[in-house]
Write a protein that binds this ligand. Structure first.
Ligand code: GDP
Ligand code: IMO
Ligand code: MG
Length: 427
C-alpha cells in the first residue's frame, strides 16, 4: 500500500488533527514532515480533547506508530512535556520514532524569533514565537543542531559555540539583549539526550521498509498551503514547506510512493497572524464565524481572523499539491445563515482574475467576487451520509467541489471522530 499525504489547503487550522486521527485507526504510521510546535492540532476522542503541537496526531491511535520526520524542527523541552502530558492521560507513547536528522530548536532561536518580530514593528509576521524561522534559517545556513548531535558531546559543544559566536553579537549589538551562554545551552541539551535516545531512529529507512511490506503510511502536514515558504503568501508564511513536495523531502519517501494527497479544507476561511486575506470579514458575520467555529488559536490563544470560503485559494491548493481529494471540515458551523457568500474570483484593478496572482502587490489589492448560495437551518451534526444533509447544504458542498477542482471525499459536521460523513473511502 503506498503512502498518503494529508495537508492544509488554506492558512492552517483546517482540522488536520481531526482528519489524521480519523485515519489513525487504519494506518500503520503517521509522520509529521515539517514545521514544529508552531502547529496546534486538536483531536476530540469521546469526551476527551487533546491539543497536539509537535507530536503526530496518530499518537492517539494505539495501532499506529507516530514518527517525527527529518523535515521537522524539534524543541526537546516541548517534546518531553507533550509526551509526559499524554502519558499522564494514559496514552501509550512508547512507539514514537524521531529522525536523527531533524533539527533542534534552541533557546537562541526562540529569542531571535521574538526580538526580530519586535523590531519589525508594524511589518511583523505575527509568528508563534516558537523559534521556527530561526531554526530553519540555521538549517539552510548549515549551522543547525540536529537531534543526533545530542549524542556526541564534543560535536554538540562545537556547533552550539559556533552558532552563538555571531548570534550573540547580533543579540547584544543589534537587539540590545543579553548574550546566551553556550555552556548553559549545551548543559541543558545534554540533559535531554538520554530522555530522547530510545526514540531516535533512521526513520527514512523504517518508513521505506514499511512501504515495501505493504504497510500504510500517512504523512501529516502542519500549517497549510498558503503558509508555505515557496507557494504561500510570502513573506507572511512559515519557514517550511507544508505543501505535498515537503512531504517527500521531510520524510525521505519518494513521490512515486505517494498515491493520494488529501487537502483539508474548511467550509469558510481563517488565518492567524499577519498577511493578505481577501475574504476577511470585519463585521458581525466574521464575529459569528469566530464564535460558532471556536476560532481561537490552539498554540498562541490568538483570535483567528475569519472570512467566507475562497474558491480561488482552494483551486490553487489543488494545483500546487496535486490534490486527489478534499476533506471539507466545519460545515456545521455554517448552519443558520440565510445566504452564504463564496468567493469565486478576485477583482484586481478592475479586472476579474480567476487564479491566485503570483504578484504580492496584486494579491494585496485583490477584492473578492462573491456568488451567494442559499443557507440552511437544520442541525447537521448527526448526519451520517451525504443524503442526510439538507438540500441547500448538499448544494453548498457540490458547488465548492465544482469550484475547487478535486472531489470532496469526506465532510466534517462536528469536532468528534464520528462526526464525519465519508463519501469516498481514503484507504
Ligand atoms: P488543525 O491545526 O488543522 O489540526 O486544526 P485546529 O485543531 O487548530 O482547528 C480546528 C478546530 O476545529 C479544532 O477545534 C477542531 O476540534 C475543530 N473541528 C475539526 N473539524 C470540525 C468539524 O467538522 N466541525 C466542527 N464544529 N469543528 C471541527
Ligand atoms: P496548524 O498546524 C495557523 C502562522 C503564524 C504566522 C506564520 C509564521 O495548527 O495549522 P511561525 O511561528 O510558523 O514562524 O509563524 O504562520 N502559523 C500558523 N497559522 N495554523 C498553524 O499551524 C500555524 N503555524 C504557523 O500565525 O502567521
Ligand atoms: Mg491548528
Amino acid at each position: 500500500m503506498p503512502a498518503l499525504v494529508l495537508l492544509g489547503a488554506q492558512w492552517g487550522d483546517e482540522g488536520k488533527g481531526k482528519a489524521t486521527d480519523l485515519l489513525g485507526g487504519s494506518v500503520d504510521y503517521v509522520v509529521r514532515y515539517q514545521g514544529g510546535n508552531n502547529a496546534g492540532h486538536t483531536v476530540v476522542v469521546g469526551d476527551q480533547k487533546y491539543a497536539l503541537h509537535l507530536l503526530p496526531s496518530g499518537i492517539l491511535s494505539p495501532g499506529c506508530t507516530p514518527v517525527i520526520g527529518n523535515g521537522v524542527v524539534v524543541d526537546p523541552a516541548v517534546l518531553l512535556s507533550e509526551l509526559s502530558g499524554l502519558q499522564a492521560r494514559g496514552v501509550d507513547t512508547s512507539k514514537l520514532l524521531i529522525s536523527g536528522n531533524a533539527h533542534l530548536i534552541t533557546p537562541y532561536h526562540q529569542t531571535l524569533d521574538k526580538v526580530t518580530e519586535r523590531f519589525l514593528g508594524k511589518r511583523k509576521i505575527g509568528t508563534t514565537g516558537r523559534g521556527i524561522g530561526p531554526a530553519y534559517a540555521d538549517k539552510i545556513n548549515r549551522v543547525g543542531i540536529r537531534v543526533q548531535d545530542l549524542f556526541d558531546e564534543s560535536i554538540l559543544r562545537q556547533k552550539v559555540e559556533a552558532a552563538l559566536n555571531d548570534k550573540n553579537q547580533v543579540l547584544v549589538k543589534i537587539f540590545n539583549r543579553r548574550a546566551i551562554s553556550a555552556e548553559k545551552v549545551v548543559e541543558e541539551y545534554l540533559g535531554y539526550a538520554e530522555q530522547i535516545r530510545d526514540y531516535v531512529a533512521d526513520t527514512t529507512l523504517v518508513l521505506n521498509r514499511a512501504l515495501d511490506e505493504d504497510k500504510v503510511v500517512l504523512l501529516e502536514g502542519g500549517q497549510g498551503t498558503l503558509l508555505d515558504v515557496d507557494h504561500g503568501t510570502y513573506p507572511f508564511v512559515t519557514s517550511s514547506n507544508p505543501t505535498s513536495g515537503g512531504a517527500c523531502t521531510g520524510s525521505g519517501i519518494g513521490p512515486t510512493r505517494i498515491s493520494r494527497t488529501i487537502g483539508i479544507l474548511k467550509a469558510y476561511t481563517t488565518r492567524v497572524g499577519a498577511g493578505p486575506f481577501p475574504t476577511e470579514l470585519f463585521d458581525e458575520d466574521g464575529e459569528k464565524l469566530r464564535i460558532i467555529g471556536g476560532e481561537r488559536g490552539v498554540t498562541t490563544g490568538r483570535d483567528r481572523r475569519c472570512g467566507w470560503f475562497d474558491a480561488v485559494i482552494a483551486r490553487y491548493a489543488t494545483r500546487v499539491n496535486g490534490l486527489t481529494d478534499f476533506f471539507l471540515t466545519k460545515l456545521d458551523v455554517l448552519t443558520g445563515w440565510e445566504e452564504i457568500p463564496v468567493c469565486v474570483a478576485y477583482e484586481i484593478d478592475g479586472q476579474r482574475v480567476e487564479e491566485l496572482p503570483y504578484s504580492q502587490t496584486d494579491f494585496h489589492h485583490a477584492k473578492p467576487v462573491y456568488e451567494t448560495l442559499p443557507g440552511w437551518n437544520e442541525d447537521i451534526t448527526k448526519a451520517k451520509s451525504f443524503d442526510d444533509l439538507p438540500k441547500n447544504a448538499k448544494a453548498y458542498v457540490k458547488a465548492l467541489e465544482e469550484m475547487s477542482g478535486a472531489p470532496i471525499s469526506a465532510i466534517g459536521v462536528g469536532p468528534g471522530r464520528d462526526e464525519t460523513i465519508q463519501i469516498n473511502p481514503f484507504i
